[in-house]
Design a protein around this ligand. Sequence first.
Ligand code: PMP
Length: 293
Amino acid sequence: MGRDMIDQAVIYIDGKFYSKDEAKISVYEHGFLYGDGVFEGIRVYGGRAFMLDEHVSRLYESAHSIDLEIPVSEEKMRTIVLETIKRQGSADSYVRLIVTRGVGNLGLDPRSCKKGPSIIAIVESLKPLYDKPVRAIVPSVRRNAITALNPQIKSLNYLNNILAKIEATKAGADEAIMLDQRGFVSEGTGENIFILKDGKLVTPPSSSSVLVGVTRNLVLKLAKEEGIPTEERDLTVHDIYNADEAFLTGTAAEVAPIAELDGRKIGGGRLGPVTERLRRRFREFIKRNGTSP
Ligand code: PMP
């Protein structure tokens, strides 16, 4: 999703705060050399961090999976995020929280990173996102196999997603809907996908090579509260083409309707009534929830 950020940023690196110009990392950082690290993207609405516990918890799970021991507690991590948000000062912002393997030598063995992981939090102002239904394509590149690099690990290596995004933009589309190794629908390059068919809301399960999104889980919960039946099951491209409605969910994208896939209009090619209802519920939930610095 495109995002329009204002220049004002505050960056936390290992205990100190910097401006955008001052914030620097070493070229020997394995996060830079190999994408060896993990991250999260978190929204701030009205000065409060949205779904902070869920994001921090997922960060620690990603880190644990790559055998990276984060040197502070989850509670301390939340404090770091909240302090950086406070210093940045905007009501609506975006936090990029990163934990890297650290500075080592040019070999890929993490044991050379003797000083240990770095913790980085970038907070930038975020204007409301451009809001028009998404035009997507199915790219030729497949989502990473769970058996190679599990998409549940939100690692610093996003090349798989970037390749798909490049295909989409070269084709004149906004977004790519990736397939898993079996050819079933997986997810967008930074969002999960949902369809509505005959009144039921369906999204691919974690076995379809998806990152199980915080927004995805929340939308499933809100749908249940609204009395909309939900199901996690494998979806084909045919299912998406012929859906009554389809939308993407993500921290940056929020709940974004899909207008068309591979030139086939979905529903009426515009925001559908159930998507609209869920968007309203999502906004109401945001107003009531969040962690203040
Ligand atoms: N899939 C991928 C690949 C992502 O990068 C993201 C963004 N974190 C999502 C899905 C959506 O997850 P969330 O709702 O937690 O932002």
